[in-house]
Write a protein that binds this ligand. Structure first.
Ligand SMILES: Nc1nc2c(ncn2[C@@H]2O[C@H](COP(=O)(O)OP(=O)(O)OP(=O)(O)O)[C@@H](O)[C@H]2O)c(=O)[nH]1
Ligand SMILES: [Mg+2]
Length: 271
């Protein structure tokens, strides 16, 4: 979709008044052409933007640095979007963490709605394309069907009421991190997070979001391979023992845990 311009008019939204500190975690794999569109719409006032790069072969990192001199670049230490998010979460310093994609499909102008939902007293604000005014210009029929089936399985097995299991646009208070312990590699990451956060007893609210078309480049998702990974994750989580209730004195412990997940090779650089 190289010639499609999706974001008009180009204005930034504002964070809610008195918003806590917000970290935006953006996994990137060869997204140099898309980052200018995404960064242009990030609300002013966020604490930090972390680009978690999967060793892109284009100039994603250079472009990110040229767009924001305060960008924090994290080089993921393994492969896949799940690992990228785990590394980004480990490095994030904000009270609120927003996870969004770099391909232009998740609109930064929606960030204030996610943040406001958290400020209203919810632990986890989960984006949905299929309720509360959300939508998608990007999802294909096959992926829609797959997502619905997997979503139904999770709702059945875990008693949740999710409407969009595999959407990559979410925000949460950093105190949710120990409950999720993100330790997977690939596109099953949203499923893992959604299931673990539900089992932890934290409060979750869905936020309507409109998914736009990827602007440039190609999707890294393989529907069958990644659908099977999601299915395996659902089964694995169902067989997993109910985790202990979350200890809210979370932060130092999580940093240690995250450092273990990320290993010594977690590289965080401020330009
Ligand atoms: N760091 C890192 N980022 C990744 C990796 N795989 C995907 N991403 C990023 O994760 C985000 C989502 O990936 P996409 O390929 O857009 O997947 P998708 O949104 O399900 O697919 P489309 O809807 O077709 O775009 C994008 O910002 C990618 O650049 C990876 O292995 N490492
Ligand atoms: Mg995408």
């Amino acid at each position: 979709m190289d010639d499609v311009v999706v974001m008009q008019p180009r204005f930034r939204s504002r964070l809610p008044k008195d918003a806590p500190s917000v970290s935006i975690v953006v996994p990137t794999l060869n997204e140099a052409a898309n980052l200018p569109h995404v960064f242009a719409l990030i609300p002013s006032g966020v604490l930090e933007v972390l680009v978690v790069d999967g060793h892109s072969t284009d100039d994603t990192v250079e472009v990110a640095r040229s767009l924001r001199d305060d960008v924090r670049i994290v080089l993921q230490n393994s492969k896949g979007k799940g690992n990228a998010l785990a590394c980004g979460f480990a490095a994030a310093r904000g009270e609120i963490i927003v996870m969004m994609d770099a391909d232009g499909s998740t609109d930064p102008r929606e960030i204030p709605a996610f943040v406001q939902t958290l400020m209203d007293g919810v632990d986890f604000a989960k984006g949905t394309r299929f309720a509360f005014g959300g939508g998608s210009s990007d999802i294909t029929w096959h992926r829609d069907m797959g997502n619905r089936a997997l979503n139904g399985a999770v709702n059945l097995l875990f008693g949740t009421k999710y409407t969009d299991l595999c959407y990559g646009y979410n925000a949460f208070w950093a105190h949710c991190l120990p409950a999720m312990q993100v330790d997977c590699d690939g596109f099953e990451v949203e499923t893992l997070m959604n299931v673990r956060i539900a089992r932890s007893g934290m409060t979750i609210k869905e936020v309507g979001s409109h998914e736009l078309e990827r602007i440039h480049g190609e999707s890294k998702l393989h529907p069958v391979r990644d659908g099977l990974r999601v299915l395996r994750t659902i089964v694995g989580e169902r067989m997993r023992k109910q985790p202990e209730p979350c200890d809210i004195s979370w932060r130092p412990e999580y940093r240690e845990l995250a450092a273990t997940v990320a290993g010594d090779s977690l590289v965080v650089a401020t330009a």
